[in-house]
Design a protein around this ligand. Structure first.
Ligand code: WTA
Length: 650
């Protein structure tokens, strides 16, 4: 427990050999800070090539520290193109033969794209998209698994100024339809399935179902990996389009700094997915700088961020960040335990990966599988390890460093969110001491605080909500435009601008932050962000269900993820039986996808509620995890807790 006394906690220093080669040393960090906020971000923006220099670093009320609630704009007046920054400029610098993307397929096959090859395919596909009618500002939905065509398509969109909206390939037809509609996207790029042969048509069928269920018309559909090379029905084959436009050159569109680069949906606190929009200049600056300063990447590095590109982590640190810096990015289509539990270590060894960035849920799985698996491989290419997505506890931190990092790689725990675009809390591996179990401080140029409900700053050792108190370049555009607490999540407290992250945290006496989990109804299952409200709304839509509450339980070893536990109360004349259980599972699979299907469904006569009628999920989570409940006397129906415990036999 963090109580503000520093003496018993451990410090780990980064090895001198790492510090000596680091992109950002303590002196660099201090110089960045000394430039002052927001001017310091000018240095970060220098990592990019701008077609037109910006007139100011930041524009908007928040920059003046006044009560003005006007909108915030990063790098106003600046123009740039993300595809030029991630591809062309590296080719122009004579690095065309170096590897941009190293892809590892599910079935053991590999493919690499040099920067020149990436350039050529991005140009060909950009030309094809234009011919299909995609113009600047049109949203292109990309519903693709982890194949190289996904970053190619993202960059092709960026090249012509068409914001992309990547939809995780594990989502259902309904989830895709919601995202197509929400973005009014008339263009869809998908593929026929995950496998070349066999039951490969699944993704395309889901895409077709989504297209017919949206109210607007999806004008053009591009399909990759058709078995017979020809599109079935009214769509275009990706390979044909790229062949037809081979050799085409499309001039990158110079975008205004705060023009949209992409949209991404995430799980918020409501039953509906939340749309988050990211800008070109601010976002790209933020991910390039954090890739440089936190992930210590440069053009000679091979980086592997194991997150799916369908989530923000993959956008920022598998695609835009590493490519903006001219590094090699590894993309892996498969799972960590197939064909063997040493698959990841084999990929790191074969690709000489320098920096590996993964989630604690995976690290916990590696620990269970045993240290002999990484030990069988030569992982000496690794220089730095990163963690993201959930708190990493001290045991996992040490295991990761000892057994993957050979005891001397720095480990950076990085905290951020879809809304922040890129990392905002972390140590800088070349400058800061590490504290296992703590994420570190705010990055230079970012300011955060822990506050109580009224927005008052908490004392060290006192838990509260983590807020960001100054704008940062990677902030979602939605946050730039909005003010007011509640759904919009920014407010002013005594003149201080605050963005509520939804996470609880506590700061120790050394200023290091410890994350305590979400304060709202967003849950992390593996490294995926889901909303309990979204799952519940699918369940209560099932005939015969009166009420439902969803909580996250312990890690499920076999599934390598935390269990989703649904407490369902059927209508009075309906039996809580296997048939209803199956209907519940199917409803969630249809509404969201199999990733959200509850692992455990417990039928309950009623759910524990406060006197005002609010379901107390805290008790349900404790019941699901077999933990002590404490005092339940504030409940309107305390007896239900005992009933639930006996149902679960705990
Ligand atoms: C959680 C993923 C503790 C947090 C980048 C946040 C973390 C949510 C950490 C965002 C970390 C992310 N320590 N918790 N290092 N990193 N989180 O939008 O609850 O998928 O609010 O972004 O993940 O999830 P999202």
């Amino acid at each position: 427990m963090v109580d503000g006394t520093p003496d018993e906690r451990e410090w780990v220093d980064p090895p001198e050999s790492f510090v000596a080669q680091a992109n950002v040393t303590a002196a660099d960090r201090d110089a960045f800070r000394a430039a002052g906020w927001p001017e310091c971000w000018r240095r970060a923006a220098d990592l990019l090539e701008w077609d037109r220099g910006f007139d100011a670093v930041l524009d908007g009320g928040a920059s003046a520290g006044t009560d003005d609630e006007g909108s915030i704009r990063w790098f106003p007046g600046g123009r740039l193109n993300a595809a030029h920054n991630c591809v062309d400029r590296h080719v122009e610098a004579g690095r065309g033969d170096e590897t941009a993307v190293a892809w590892e397929g599910k079935l053991g096959e590999t493919r690499t794209y040099t920067y020149r090859e990436l350039h050529d395919e991005v140009n060909a596909f950009a030309a094809a998209l234009r011919e299909l009618g995609v113009g600047e500002g049109d949203v292109v939905t990309l519903y693709l698994p982890m194949i190289p065509e996904l970053p190619v398509a993202m960059l092709a969109c960026a090249r012509i100024g068409a914001p992309h909206s990547v939809v995780f390939a594990g989502f259902s037809a309904d989830a895709l339809a919601t995202r197509l509609s929400g973005a009014e996207s008339e263009f869809l790029v998908t593929c026929d399935g995950y496998y070349r042969r066999g039951a490969a048509l699944d993704l395309k069928r889901r895409a077709d179902n989504a297209c017919v269920s949206v109210s607007h018309s999806v004008e053009q559909v591009v399909v990759n990996r058709l078995d017979d090379g020809r599109p079935a029905g009214d769509c275009h084959a990706y390979a044909d389009l790229v062949d037809d436009h081979a050799g085409a050159t499309v001039e990158p569109v110079a975008r205004e700094s705060d023009d949209l680069l992409f949209l991404i949906y995430t799980s918020g606190t409501t039953g509906e997915p939340t749309l988050v929009r990211h800008t070109t200049g601010g976002y790209l600056t933020h991910v390039a700088w954090t890739s440089h300063a936190v992930l210590d990447l440069g053009p000679d590095d091979t980086h592997w961020c194991s997150a799916d590109v369908g989530w923000i982590t993959g956008h920022s640190y598998a695609v835009y960040g590493p490519l903006a810096l001219g590094a090699t990015t590894v993309l892996y289509e498969g799972t960590p335990d197939h064909p063997e539990t040493d698959r990841l270590w084999e990929i790191i060894e074969r690709n000489d990966v320098d920096v590996f960035y993964t989630a604690p849920t995976s690290i916990r799985a590696f620990m269970k599988w045993g240290e002999e698996h990484p030990a069988r491989h030569d992982l000496s290419s690794l220089r730095l390890l990163g963690s993201v997505g959930e708190p990493i506890d001290e045991t996992a931190w040490h295991w990761y460093r000892d057994h993957v990092g050979d005891g001397d790689c720095p480990v950076v725990d990085t905290w951020w969110q879809t809304e922040t675009g890129g990392i905002v809390l972390s140590t800088l591996p070349g400058a800061d001491r590490m504290r296992p179990g703590a994420v570190g401080k705010s990055l230079p140029g970012v300011e955060t605080a822990v506050v109580d409900e009224t927005g008052r700053h908490a004392d060290d050792g006192e838990a509260g909500q983590l807020v960001v108190t100054r704008p940062w370049p990677g902030m979602a555009r939605s946050l730039c435009e909005e003010s007011g607490w509640g759904a919009r999540r920014t407010r002013r407290v005594d003149g201080e601008w605050q963005y509520a992250t939804g996470d609880n945290a506590v700061r120790d006496a050394d200023g290091y932050l410890h994350l305590l989990g979400r304060a709202d109804d967003v849950v992390k299952v593996s490294d995926r962000r889901l909303s309990t409200a979204e799952i519940e709304s699918a369940i209560v839509g099932v005939e015969g269900v009166a009420e439902a509450a969803v909580v996250v339980g312990a890690d499920d070893e076999a599934a390598h993820r935390s269990e989703i536990h649904a407490f369902v109360s059927p209508e009075s004349n309906v039996a809580g039986d296997d048939a209803l259980r199956e209907r519940v599972g199917r409803a969630v699979e249809e509404a969201i996808g199999s990733i959200a299907v509850p692992d455990v469904v417990t039928f309950a006569p009623s759910l524990p509620k406060t006197r005002s009628g609010k379901v107390v999920r805290r008790y349900l989570a404790a019941i699901a995890n077999g933990e002590e409940l404490g005092d339940t006397s504030a409940l309107r129906n305390p007896e239900v807790v005992g009933e639930l415990e006996s149902l679960l036999d705990r």
